[in-house]
Design a protein around this ligand. Structure first.
Ligand code: SF4
Length: 327
């Protein structure tokens, strides 16, 4: 594990970091040891490539720039992770399909109403009585029709009423609202959730890749509303959420409480912080959103150090994360 530096202090929290506490053992692997799998995660690849393409489309309204951005993002991911020949085929197919999505999005009637004026902006606020900073990076902000709005770009396998209910108190977006309120005493009242449904079709036995890509292309033309998820009330893309003061207040309280609980885990000698058993596992989370990437470590606790060769140091998004390193 020589190329990996653990973090033994808690200087900052983020929405994602707090979400990792649903299994404290996962938090330990990901946020204390800073490990991430060397193997490419196909779901993350799909999400981040589509994100790069659509964000650029909304910023520039230029299809060539959007296609360039998504290809660049895919190449960047492929450089960082170990790719098998099978993965390479799948990644290539994903890029082709996402290109179709972005081209189809660029000619939808709603696209000109969406204007993204900034992307990936970082926000900061102090978590009360903890000495910890709450850090966020918001996908984007601008306007959706007449409304000033934050933008959130999401990909989903299945979308139903429960999906929209969950979005209506989504901790990530309300956490951003909480943060903006703390930093600027105001928050935008709308969030434009741009939700893309992933194709549920698969290459059939005997079907060529070209025929499959063509099938998706035809389906996108036939029923774009199946892929670009409309607001159930207005029946227009995207889903517009009104962010309420009460929900933002609740999100703020949850962030403060979750940070206080997490901070207690760090109030012990450093050797305990670096002991995986100090961080209890919650095996109910192992198969949440697919198999957990840390299964090889958890399955082999007696010699987990041997399995760290399957991992590399995760990327840091925030300067504050560097202040947490054991250096
Ligand atoms: S494999 Fe299960 S117990 Fe281990 S970190 Fe992942 S979710 Fe937690």
């Amino acid at each position: 594990m020589s190329d990996i530096t653990p973090s033994t202090k808690l200087k900052c929290v983020t929405v994602h970091k707090l979400q990792d506490t649903s299994c404290l053992r996962k938090y330990f692997w990901n946020r204390v040891l800073n490990l991430e799998s060397r193997k490419v995660n196909l779901n993350f690849h799909y999400g981040s490539v589509l994100h790069a393409g659509f964000e650029t489309l909304l910023m520039t309204h230029n299809i060539s720039k959007a296609l360039f951005a998504l290809t660049t993002e895919s190449k960047k991911r492929q450089k960082r992770y170990t790719i098998t020949t099978e993965d390479l085929d799948e990644l290539d197919l994903q890029v082709q399909i996402i290109q179709l999505f972005i081209k189809a999005a660029s000619i939808q009637p709603w696209v000109n109403r969406l204007k993204m004026l900034w992307t990936e902006r970082q926000f900061r606020c102090q978590v009360a009585d903890t000495g910890v900073t709450f850090c966020s990076q918001v996908d984007g902000g601008g306007s959706a029709g007449k409304d000033d709005a934050l933008f959130e770009i999401k990909t989903a396998k299945s979308v139903n009423n429960s999906y929209f209910e969950a979005l209506s108190f989504d901790h990530q977006i309300h956490g951003y609202g909480y943060q903006m309120q703390q930093e600027h005493q105001r928050f935008p009242s709308k969030c434009a959730f741009c939700v893309f449904r992933k194709p549920s079709k698969y290459i059939k036995k005997g079907q060529s890749r070209e025929a499959f890509v063509q099938e998706i292309k035809t389906d996108l033309v036939k029923r774009p509303e199946w892929y670009f998820i409309a607001d159930p009330q207005t029946h227009q893309f995207p889903y517009m959420l009104t962010m309420g003061r009460n929900t933002i207040e609740q999100a703020g309280k949850d962030i403060v409480r979750a940070t206080q609980i997490l901070l207690k885990q760090y109030q012990c000698p450093e050797k305990d912080i670096l002991d995986p058993y100090h961080w209890p596992c919650n095996d109910k989370q192992c198969l949440n959103y697919g198999a957990c990437t840390y299964l090889p470590l958890c399955r082999n606790m007696a010699k987990w150090q041997l399995y760290t060769r399957l991992y590399q140091q995760r990327e840091f998004m925030y300067d504050e994360e560097k202040a947490e390193l054991q250096i």
